[in-house]
Write a protein that binds this ligand. Structure first.
Ligand code: ATP
Ligand code: MG
Length: 345
């Protein structure tokens, strides 16, 4: 089986990305990640592998029952948004033990200093770093393993994950160098579109997150039309009218955020949106944005709710996806063990 493992420039074009079941999906996850996962699946240029990263979720405390539910709901979200298990491999991380096994190897490749520089670690551990889990600190090594266990060549993510992808590249380069091989690809991040960093509705300098304690800070994929309209109406803005050009958004993070969201949802560029809405007050623009958000999100949330009634079907899809994922992951782990010098690999 190891003979099938590729090296160097022969890597199959393959996309990997994941989302944590650490809460419900947000508009940020949808525009920055999920929608683009679907685009890459539909482009048909790459094999696509998508994962509910439950092992990442437990780097901060998760209630076990809520975690199980969030994992299945996330799977429903993937499918409702357009991920087709016949076209993409869809599974939960813990069902493919090779992720955690490769992560251990990478714990021994990555350096303490690399981890200490990660802004996600600093943001999430906060002032209480001594009391944060070791897993939260090691998170980027597991993420490198998630990607490299598939020899993934491209990883679509939001802007916030850019630094972790640079670390993934550093892990691949250092592993290849330390062992004198050309085994792991140096993965390309794919951070594209108008909404690669959707910001909180409460604070235009903070990203929208599913784990933010304030529900008003985000739109959840499961919010109903009234809730979406209310959250957009209450979203922090400034008193000025919208500008007609991108330059006019420079010092206005909240205005920029709402325009970016409009662009992301409509598929228009920011320039095109501003050509249309420049000069309008927020009192006029916000209802337009609500209407668009409801039109795009309601069919997804309705389908998610329907799928959640079919738990057996979801579990079957996940089990099948895990089987397909292991077919790729197992030979790559075996070869890694051989390279590292593990007897019996
Ligand atoms: P958590 O708060 O638990 O970290 P999260 O909302 O940040 O949750 P993740 O599961 O960490 O979600 O990230 C999943 C994907 O969504 C990643 O590709 C990430 O870059 C993207 N993403 C997360 N938040 C945003 C955002 N506000 N704008 C654009 N993309 C985002
Ligand atoms: Mg996150």
């Amino acid at each position: 089986m190891t003979e099938a493992v590729q090296t160097s420039s022969t890597f199959t074009p393959r996309v990997f990305s994941g989302i944590q079941p650490s809460g419900g999906l947000t508009l940020g996850n949808y525009l920055g990640a999920m929608k683009r996962f679907v685009d890459m699946q539909e482009a048909g240029t790459h094999e696509t592998v998508y994962c509910m990263v439950d092992l990442h979720a437990i780097t901060v405390w998760q209630d076990p029952d809520k975690l199980r539910r969030a994992t299945r709901e996330l799977c429903a979200g993937f499918i409702a948004a357009g991920i087709d298990p016949a076209k993409s491999i869809l599974f939960n991380q813990s069902a493919v033990p090779e992720h955690a096994q490769l992560a251990w190897i990478f714990n021994c490749v990555a350096r303490m200093g690399w981890m200490q520089r990660m802004t996600q670690w600093k943001d999430k551990a906060g002032k209480n770093a001594q009391n944060a889990s070791l897993g939260l600190f090691a998170y980027p090594a597991l993420m490198a393993a998630d990607i490299l266990i598939y020899h993934a060549t491209h990883v679509p993510v939001g802007e916030d994950q850019k630094q972790h992808l640079e670390l993934t590249r550093d892990v691949a380069i250092k592993f290849n160098h330390d062992y004198g091989v050309d085994f792991f690809p140096v993965t390309e991040p794919v951070i594209e579109g108008a909404a690669t960093r959707v910001m909180s509705f409460r604070d235009g300098t903070k990203k929208m997150s599913k784990s933010d304690p304030s529900d008003a800070s985000r739109i959840n994929m499961t919010d109903d039309a009234d809730t979406i309209a209310k959250k957009i109406r209450k979203a922090k803005t400034d008193p000025e009218a919208l500008p007609s050009e991108v330059k006019g958004l420079e010092e206005r993070p909240e205005a920029r955020n709402l325009v970016n969201i409009y662009a992301g949802l409509s598929g228009l560029t920011v320039d095109q949106v501003l050509a249309d809405v420049g000069g309008k007050q927020f009192s006029e623009f916000k209802p337009m944005l609500s209407e668009l958000a409801v039109a795009k999100l309601a069919p997804i949330s309705t389908e998610m709710a329907r799928l959640m009634q079919e738990q057996d079907e979801i579990d079957k899809i996940l089990a099948q996806g895990a089987g397909q994922a292991r077919e790729i992951a197992a030979p790559i782990l075996k070869k890694t063990y051989e390279i590292v010098g593990m007897v019996g690999a």
